[in-house]
Design a protein around this ligand. Structure first.
Ligand SMILES: C[S@@+](CC[C@H](N)C(=O)[O-])C[C@H]1O[C@@H](n2cnc3c(N)ncnc32)[C@H](O)[C@@H]1O
Length: 420
């Protein structure tokens, strides 16, 4: 079961789904349904657990049985699946498992009760129910109660699909029936098969969250500049740098992910040099500019990957922030005097954002901050901090169409090496 595997191994749901689809040779339709069920189960895991536990005299000790109930309840409460189909599929899954095959009657009774009490369960509206306590506490400490509540609320909705285009964004927005956001990305109005949209085959655009498109824009790449993208795969930001005409070296520790970058850039007809190596060990001539999109806890992407909330820990944040500091120091070494550095993470955690920027400037007096101005991002100022960094939050960029609002949580800081 993908939910149990993801939680047990603390790995991304996407990886588990990929393995499962391959092992069980799932047809694409079944895989898409299984993925949608797993995603909504993670998105509402707290609500589901609370609803189930409060309806059971003695919650079962076997966690797989609890997960089976959660998956069934998620379909009944949050997906367009008929109640009887959700109950039948949960009972059928239990019957395939030698340890659970006696539980059919129990599953049937619990899920039918969930279906009967749907309105009451959905009326329980505390958004923090779907946020693990350690994250709730962190966000309240960092952002205050009101903003933390809005973050948790935003995580209950699916993220929109945004595209970055090589050029002619207005014309493409019209052709694709999307909205041109102030920051320059196109937001699709409907969820659709991406590969069938006009422009996919010819490589005119790529999928990239509106916030994820900002760091490369803020690096302001110029034709012919030598730019290193130190944590590059799968290549959304590399594509922006290359399409601006820069000579890009795309570095990533993972050869498998770098291969995906190469495939993505081939579709976009963009050429870059690639190197599968730990960026800490990279030896190269000094660069004009560097983009460091460092590995992080990814808590800014919980709308897209709700499993992140339940698989990451304080320990991950501690380890990742140490790595981010080392990568920042390495980036400083690789820049020419006068060179620019953009550091970013898709994390909501200060240790991976604001604290990194402070620490970097304290360790490297030869650098100064190059503050972000609204004019560089289409006049959008909501995310700019008093220090001149960018801190986007999942509830920012509210649009009149509520279900199309929001963007990933990112931190972006820009530095320049003071010319000697
Ligand atoms: C946040 S993702 C990058 C996303 C990418 N910049 C994009 O826009 O598509 C972080 C990447 O860093 C890579 N990575 C992690 N540690 C690394 C290291 N020490 N050196 C180089 N790459 C590393 C991971 O393999 C992963 O692909």
């Amino acid at each position: 079961m993908a939910v149990t595997e993801t939680l047990k191994r603390r790995v991304p749901l996407d990886d588990v789904m990929e393995e499962l689809a391959r092992a069980e040779r799932l047809p694409p339709r079944d895989e898409a349904l299984a993925r949608a069920i797993a995603i909504v189960t993670f998105r509402r895991l707290g609500t589901l657990g609370h609803a189930l536990r409060s309806r059971l005299n003695k919650p079962p000790k076997d966690e797989r049985l609890m997960h089976l109930l959660a998956i069934g309840a998620a379909q009944i409460l949050f997906l367009d699946v008929p109640d009887h189909a959700a109950v039948d599929s949960a009972v059928a899954l239990a019957q395939e498992d030698p340890k659970l095959h006696h539980a059919g009657g129990f599953i049937n009774a619990v899920l039918r009760r969930v279906a009967r009490e749907r309105e009451q369960i959905l009326g329980e509206s505390d958004p923090f129910l779907d946020t693990p306590t350690w994250l709730e506490e962190r966000w309240i400490a960092q952002y205050g109660e009101e903003q933390a509540t809005r973050i948790a609320e935003a995580h209950r909705s699916m993220a929109s699909v945004d595209l970055t285009v090589k050029s002619d964004s207005e014309a493409w927005a019209e052709r694709l029936g999307g909205v041109l956001l102030p920051t320059g990305s196109i937001r699709l109005k409907e969820r659709t098969a991406i590969r069938e949209l006009p422009g996919f085959e010819e490589g005119a655009w790529w999928v990239q969250d509106a916030a994820a498109a900002l760091p490369a824009r803020l690096l302001d790449p110029k034709p012919g500049e030598r730019i290193a993208d130190l944590c590059a795969a799968p290549g959304g930001k590399t594509a922006q740098l290359a399409s601006a005409g820069a000579a890009v070296l795309a570095v990533d520790r993972s050869a498998r992910r770098l291969q995906r970058l190469e495939e993505n850039l081939a579709r976009l007809k963009l050429a870059v040099e690639t190197r599968a190596i730990d960026a800490e060990k990279l030896e190269a001539e000094p660069f004009d500019a560097i983009l460091l999109d460092a590995p992080c806890s990814a808590t800014g992407t919980i709308r897209r990957h709700p499993d992140v909330a339940w698989t990451k820990s304080e320990e991950d944040i501690r380890k990742l922030s140490a790595l981010q500091g080392r990568l920042l120091d390495k980036a400083a070494d690789l820049l020419r005097p006068g060179g620019r550095l953009v550091y970013c993470t898709c994390s909501l955690e200060a240790e991976e954002g604001e604290r990194q920027a402070e620490g970097f400037l304290a360790r490297h007096p030869e650098f100064q901050r190059l503050p972000v101005t609204p004019g560089e991002i289409g006049g959008w100022s909501e995310g700019i901090t008093p220090e001149g960094d960018l801190r986007t939050l999942p509830f920012h960029l509210a649009l009149p169409e509520h279900d199309r609002s929001g963007l990933d949580g990112f931190f972006v800081a820009r530095f320049v090496h003071k010319p000697s």
